[in-house]
Design a protein around this ligand. Structure first.
Ligand code: ZN
Length: 289
């Protein structure tokens, strides 16, 4: 099944809910980055939440998420576009630790518990929207919960999970973001808090074959759920040969001449998708004209 995301409102619009199956996009990103299990979980959770946040935007809007902790992963960077195109990478993909006390992938240890979570949104305005909060857990979901409460002032519950096989391949990935709109009843808040604290991990539900719609109904029981839209999420990188040549051109004549003389060409790798571009001496020469 293709990755999908659904947008819904519940309790007469008091609650906004987003549920996503991101298995394929996380599989693709982790395969390209050759990540090991703990890193796959960290990257996958970040990509999932980035995907949901991108779906909150419209038109050509896009956002960049940076998780920079003091753990061995170094940093996680993810981009999301309102059309569903998501990409991301980690600085050090070959990080894997034994499971934590709860038997889960020890994401906190890989990411680090001290650092920052930054979001930059390009909403087509003159200036970008930027928000930054300190990491509060390193487990990613809790860090985004803190971000929404403190930087966007929206009380939210964020959940994201990835299940990784013994050969480090991704089996299932997904997440949800539930947000309280202004004026939400105390009763609704209590009900939700109770439900979410006992909710099974979303990745295990996806592994069992549950769809985002079924997961949404599990989250809200008998409540009045209104599904507004189902959209798709997918891995896509915006790099191209032309962009890479532009970047080399921007390095200046001296640098290009040294590439020609010393290496008789150049090789550039895209961080996001690991695509390698070979540039010949003749192409470099053409850039100088
Ligand atoms: Zn790329």
């Amino acid at each position: 099944m293709k990755d999908s995301l659904l947008k819904a409102t519940v309790y007469n619009g008091m609650v906004r809910a987003y549920v996503a199956d991101t298995t394929e996009l996380v599989q693709e990103a982790c395969r390209r980055q050759d990540t090991w299990a703990t890193t796959s979980a960290a990257l996958g959770r970040t990509l999932t939440i980035t995907g949901i946040m991108a779906a909150m935007m419209k038109g050509k809007d896009n956002l960049t998420v940076k998780v920079e902790g003091d753990g061995p992963i170094g940093a996680i960077i993810a981009d999301g576009h309102a059309n569903g195109a998501i990409r991301g990478y980690v600085l050090n993909g070959h990080i894997d630790f034994p499971s934590n006390e709860q038997g889960k992938l020890d994401v906190k240890r890989a990411v680090g518990e001290t650092g920052t979570l930054s979001i930059v949104k390009d909403l087509g305005l003159k200036e970008y929207f930027t928000g930054q909060v300190p990491l509060v857990s390193g487990e990613i979901s809790e860090d985004f919960t803190y971000y929404f409460a403190n930087s966007e002032q929206i009380p939210s519950a964020v959940g994201a999970g990835v299940i990784v096989d013994t050969d480090h391949s991704v089996i299932a990935a997904g997440g949800f973001i539930i947000q309280l709109m202004p004026g939400a009843d105390e009763e609704v808040v209590d009900k939700l808090e109770k439900k979410i604290s006992q909710f099974p991990s979303i990745s295990s539900l996806i592994e069992q074959g549950k769809t985002p719609t079924e997961i949404l109904h599990l989250l809200f029981d008998e409540a009045d759920v209104q599904i507004h839209e189902t959209t798709s999420l997918f891995f896509e990188c915006s790099c191209s040969r032309e962009r890479m040549l532009n970047a080399i051109e921007g390095m200046g004549e001296e640098e290009i001449r040294s590439m020609m003389e010393e290496d008789h060409g150049a090789e550039a790798t895209c961080h996001f998708c690991n695509e390698k571009y070979q540039v010949t001496e003749e192409e470099l020469e053409a850039l100088l004209k």
